[in-house]
Design a protein around this ligand. Structure first.
Ligand SMILES: Cc1ncc(COP(=O)(O)O)c(C=O)c1O
Length: 508
C-alpha cells in the first residue's frame, strides 16, 4: 500500500499524546452544522444531573397514569443445551422476563415509558457499551440507540452528506439505503468487488485519481457492509479490513460500518474449553470477525449494529457506536426528529440481557445456537443447490461464511441468445444483453412461482467517471441474491423450481 502523507491531521493540544487526531468537523453536512440542539432536551439533561430536582418544566404525563404496570415476555429458556433447536421443535422450556412500573427490575416501566434523551436510556446504552467493549474493545467511543440500521444510516447520511458530495460504496449494495441518500444530493461511487468483497486497491485508486477541480469534493465517506455483504454475501477478511482502514486514514474517509449480520457467522471454531471456563460470551468474542470499530484509533468509524437479525426485525432497535463528537451531532438530529426509541423495546432488551433474563452470556449462547441453525440451513441450501442446479453448469455459487445470502452466478454466456458486441473499445456503456436476459429470467421464475432478487436491483452505476473498469456494471449483473433462512421445504421447493426454470430458459 502506498503511503500518502495526509493533509487531514491536526495535532492534539494534549502534549502527552503523540497521536494526531483527525479534525472530524470537516465531515459534517451543512445541515448538521446548522442544527441547534433541542432546547427542551438540553434543559431536561441538566435536570437529570441532580437527583431530587423538582421538574416542573416538561409536559411529561405522570407515570402513575400510564395504563401499564407490568410487561411479561415469554422467551425460550437459555438453559437448554441448544436453545434455538429446542425452541424450533417446541420441546424447550420457556422463561418469562418481566418489566414492572413500580417493583424492582432492570429498567422500570416508569423510566422506560417516559420521555428521555434521543440517545436512549443510560441503562440500555451501558449494557450495549459493555457488549461492545467485550467484543470490539473500541478505543474511545460512545453508544447511542437507533431504530435499527436503516434509521441509523439515513441519519448518518444526513449528518455527513451535502448536495454534490460523493460517497463510496460497494458496486453491488443494499440499494434500499443508497437510494435513501439520493434525494440528499449524494452521489454514489462504486468500488469494484470480487468474491471476497470490496477490493481495497480499487478504493485507493478512486481516491488517488480523484480530480477535485472537475469532480468536486473527493469522497469522504465509505458505506460498507463487511459481513454477509448485502447482496453478495461476501465477508471481508481481516487483511482487507486493515487495508481499507489504512486507506480511510490516508484519505480521511469516514467508514459507515453497517453490520446487521455480524453475529451470524458460520464454521466457527468455538472452543469448548473456553465455554466451560469463561462462558459463551468470551468463546464467541474470540471467534467473531474483527470489526472496523475495533481498529478505530482515530475515531473515523461509525458502526451500526441491530437486533433485527438476531432477535426480530420488528424490534426496531439498534445501536450506533462512534466517537463522542459525531455521537453528539447524531443525538441532536434524533432529539429533533424521531426522539429516543420506544420504551417497550428498551425495557425488553434490559430484562432479556439482565441478570433475571438471559444475561449477556445467555444472549451469546442464543447467538451461537442461532448460528448453528442458520449454518445448517446454509448447508442444506448448498447441498440442494449442488443436486438440483449446479449439475447443469448453468449457475454456480460461493458458500457464504456469514449472514443470510447466497450470490448465485448465472452462466449467461451459455444462453443461445446471449450477445456481446465485438468491437467494444470505444464503447462506454454495456456491450452485452446480460441485463435484458436476466430480466427475462427473473420474469420466467416469477411465473413459475419463485422470487430471487436480480443483481440489477443492487447495482450502482458509476456516474463520476473516476472508476477504472474493464466492463460496465450492466454486463456484470448476471447474479441473483437468494436467501437460505427459510424452512427446509422452501429451500427444497424453491431450488427445484430454480433448477427447472433455468434449464427451460437455456433450452437445455
Ligand atoms: C445491509 C443492511 N443494512 C441495513 C438493514 C436494515 O436493518 P434494520 O432492520 O436494523 O433497520 C438491512 C436489512 O436487511 C441490511 O441488510
Amino acid at each position: 500500500m502506498v503511503y500518502v502523507a495526509s493533509p487531514y491531521y491536526v495535532t492534539t493540544s494534549d502534549l502527552s499524546s503523540k497521536r494526531r487526531q483527525p479534525d472530524l468537523s470537516r465531515h459534517l453536512s451543512a445541515e448538521a452544522r446548522a442544527r441547534l440542539p433541542n432546547p427542551i432536551k438540553s434543559i431536561w439533561k441538566v435536570a437529570q444531573v441532580k437527583p431530587g430536582t423538582i421538574n416542573m418544566g416538561n409536559g411529561d404525563p405522570h407515570h402513575t397514569l400510564y395504563p401499564i404496570c407490568e410487561m411479561n415476555f415469554v422467551v425460550p429458556s437459555i438453559h437448554e443445551q441448544d436453545p434455538v433447536q429446542a425452541w424450533r421443535v417446541g420441546t424447550g422450556e420457556q422463561q418469562t422476563v418481566s418489566s414492572y412500573r413500580d417493583e424492582p427490575c432492570a429498567l422500570s416501566l416508569k423510566t422506560a415509558m417516559a420521555y428521555s434523551a434521543g440517545a436512549g436510556l443510560k441503562h440500555v446504552r451501558d449494557t450495549l457499551a459493555e457488549l461492545n467493549d467485550r467484543i470490539h474493545a473500541p478505543p474511545k467511543h460512545t453508544v447511542t440507540l437507533s431504530l435499527g440500521n436503516a434509521d441509523a444510516l439515513t441519519k448518518c447520511f444526513r449528518l455527513l452528506g451535502d448536495p454534490g458530495d460523493s460517497f463510496l460504496c460497494e458496486e453491488f449494495t443494499f440499494s434500499a439505503m443508497t437510494n435513501a441518500a439520493l434525494p440528499l444530493g449524494i452521489n454514489w461511487v462504486p468500488i469494484r468487488m470480487d468474491k471476497d468483497g470490496l477490493i481495497p486497491s480499487d478504493m485507493e485508486l478512486i481516491l488517488a485519481n480523484w480530480d477535485e477541480d472537475s469532480r468536486g469534493k473527493r469522497p469522504h465517506v465509505l458505506y460498507t457492509i463487511p459481513c454477509s455483504q448485502n447482496p453478495t454475501g461476501s465477508t471481508l477478511s481481516l487483511e482487507r479490513r486493515r487495508q481499507i482502514y489504512q486507506i480511510a486514514r490516508d484519505w480521511d474517509v469516514i467508514i459507515l460500518e453497517d453490520d446487521p449480520y455480524f453475529f451470524l457467522q458460520y464454521d466457527l471454531d468455538i472452543r469448548q474449553t473456553t465455554i466451560e471456563r469463561y462462558g459463551f460470551f468470551r468463546a464467541m468474542a474470540e471467534v467473531l470477525p474483527r470489526s472496523f470499530l475495533s481498529m478505530d484509533y482515530d475515531g473515523r468509524v461509525m458502526r451500526l449494529d441491530s437486533f433485527s437479525k438476531i432477535i426480530a426485525p420488528g424490534m426496531r432497535l439498534g445501536w450506533v457506536t462512534c466517537n463522542e463528537f459525531l455521537a453528539e451531532k447524531l443525538d441532536m438530529l434524533t432529539d429533533s426528529s424521531s426522539q429516543h426509541p420506544h420504551g417497550f423495546g428498551q425495557a425488553f432488551v434490559s430484562e432479556l440481557l439482565g441478570s433475571r433474563g438471559w444475561g449477556t452470556d445467555g444472549f451469546m449462547k442464543w447467538v451461537a445456537s442461532l448460528c448453528r441453525e442458520y449454518e445448517r440451513r446454509r448447508n442444506l441450501f448448498m447441498d440442494v443447490f449442488e443436486r438440483k442446479v449446479a449439475g447443469s453448469g448453468l449457475a454456480s455459487a460461493e458458500v457464504p461464511k456469514s449472514g443470510m445470502f447466497v450470490w448465485i452466478k448465472i452462466n449467461l454466456d451459455l444462453h443461445p441468445r446471449y450477445r456481446e458486441l465485438e468491437d467494444t473499445k470505444l464503447l462506454v456503456g454495456p456491450v452485452s444483453n446480460t441485463a435484458e436476459l436476466m430480466d427475462e429470467l427473473f420474469r420466467k421464475l416469477l411465473e413459475c412461482g419463485l422470487v430471487m432478487m436480480p443483481a440489477s436491483t443492487f447495482a450502482i452505476v458509476d456516474r463520476s467517471g473516476c472508476v477504472q473498469s474493464d466492463s460496465h456494471i450492466a454486463d456484470r449483473v448476471n447474479y441473483f441474491r437468494a436467501t437460505f433462512v427459510g424452512t427446509d421445504e422452501t429451500i427444497e421447493n424453491g431450488l427445484a423450481i430454480f433448477g427447472r426454470g433455468l434449464e427451460e430458459f437455456f433450452c437445455y
